[in-house]
Ligand binder design. Structure first.
Ligand code: NI
Length: 184
């Protein structure tokens, strides 16, 4: 996910290409759960984090690198703040608030498009951390929004699915057209 552009410290690990629209064949896949967070999963986490920082973005799901596994990374630390990465495997929303709020969202797979999305303002998420240990967090504010956005990716859902059909169709058409013209 992206919000307003911010710069992050670029890392030294592998920066991978990010899958973007119009590649819905990839982005609409349902990602598979991990048995555990092993060495390969940790390597993927690292590549995801570096790619996200370089983009820059504040959240990234594995499918955005073309890997259909239920892994995501998030870091909402601002410029000048120390990095505060969250690594999650098999994340599940186990509670969400009845109260909804609007946030302007963007997505590294849908470059340069931002739109207001309404979602629950608080969530509890259960997941496996980098060491394959079960964790649970309570999130509010921007973290709650990013987590819901990224968990959606694991089920092939994009943030444009939460906006009007008219706006969504317009965005999809724009990316299909740009692709045909070889501009992506
Ligand atoms: Ni996204």
């Amino acid at each position: 996910m992206t919000l307003t552009p911010t710069s992050h410290i670029a890392g030294i690990m592998a920066i991978k290409p990010i899958v973007t629209l119009p590649d819905e064949k990839t982005l609409r896949q349902i990602s598979k759960p991990l048995k555990s967070v092993d060495v390969a999963a940790r390597k993927l986490f690292d590549d995801m984090l570096e790619t996200m920082y370089a983009a820059p973005g504040i959240g990234l799901a594995a499918i955005q690198l073309g890997v259909p596994l239920r892994q995501l990374v998030v870091d909402v630390a601002r410029d000048g703040e120390p990095p505060k990465p969250l690594f999650m495997a098999n994340p599940q929303i186990i509670w969400s608030s009845a109260q909804l709020g609007d946030y302007e969202e963007g997505c590294l797979s849908i470059p340069e498009f931002f739109e207001m999305v309404e979602r629950p303002i608080e969530v509890n998420v259960r997941y496996l951390d980098r060491n394959s240990e079960a964790q649970e967090i309570h999130a509010n504010g921007i973290v709650a929004t990013v987590l819901q956005h990224e968990i959606d990716h694991l089920d092939g859902v994009l943030f444009i699915d939460h906006i009007s059909k008219l706006k969504r169709d317009r965005v999809l058409k724009k990316f299909r057209k740009a692709d045909k013209l070889g501009k992506l």
